[in-house]
Design a binder for this molecule. Structure first.
Ligand SMILES: [Zn+2]
Length: 229
């Protein structure tokens, strides 16, 4: 068993978090850390929640070039047939497909750094609001405590791809098959101020919300912050 002392590699402050956490934010100097096999490794971090924010939660912001290698859509006729219970026969219906792939574009994908049901869908909605986020907190201001970041940088890259696929399925056509590759990936941990409502949690100024009951470990996150209030 490997024991890692959870102290900030920059300023030496003790890092706190929950048992499952893999991401840590130093509320003294503002550095971010990820707990990997070799101990703590530095991660880029942008803090956009002030020290007095009710619920500062961790998110991943992944900038990547998304290459859509192959994108096959079926025309509506095919789906109408499916709706009437016909079996899909590849050779009969192959003429009813169109290839729309072959493009690349730079995207900014934003999604929770903690497990929540329907995470890719929340990521698709959040990524539409990357320009509506609150300003980053300056180095002279006091910083919040963060907990709950349990999605590692490696897993974040896989999830970024799921969000990019989700963006493709949201388009108004009948997506049948897709092949996507991400390159030039730059990941940052981003801390956003969230607001607790009766059943939901609203993420910063985005208007995007998720149900607290769909987040495993939600009680621990809330207890952590209420214990410090
Ligand atoms: Zn520090």
């Amino acid at each position: 068993m490997r024991i890692t002392r959870l102290v900030c590699g920059h300023c030496g402050s003790v890092l706190s978090g929950l048992g499952q956490d893999k991401l840590f934010f130093c509320s003294n100097c503002g550095d971010g850390w990820s707990l990997g096999k070799k101990g703590l490794e530095a991660v880029n971090v942008e803090c956009r929640a002030s020290a007095d924010s009710q619920l500062p939660l961790p998110f991943w912001m992944v900038r990547a070039t998304v290459h859509v290698l192959k994108r096959t859509v079926r025309n509506e006729f095919t789906s109408t047939m499916l709706r009437f219970g016909s079996r899909y026969e590849e050779d009969v219906l192959s003429a009813k497909k169109a290839e729309t792939g072959g493009q690349s574009d730079r995207r900014t994908l934003l999604f929770p750094a903690f497990p929540v049901d329907g995470l890719p869908g929340i990521g698709v909605s959040l990524s539409q609001h990357v320009n509506d986020l609150p300003q980053a907190i300056g180095p002279e201001e006091s910083l919040p405590d963060m907990c709950g970041g349990s999605i590692s940088p490696v897993d974040a890259e896989v999830l970024a791809k799921c969000v990019a696929v989700g963006q493709e399925t949201e388009k108004a056509d009948w997506l049948a098959e897709i092949e996507i590759v991400l390159s030039s990936v730059e990941s940052s941990l981003i801390i956003l101020p969230c607001n607790l409502e009766v059943e939901k949690v609203v993420i910063a100024e985005t208007g995007v919300a998720f149900f607290r009951r769909s987040t495993p470990g939600w009680t621990e996150i809330v207890d952590y912050h209420s214990g410090r209030a």
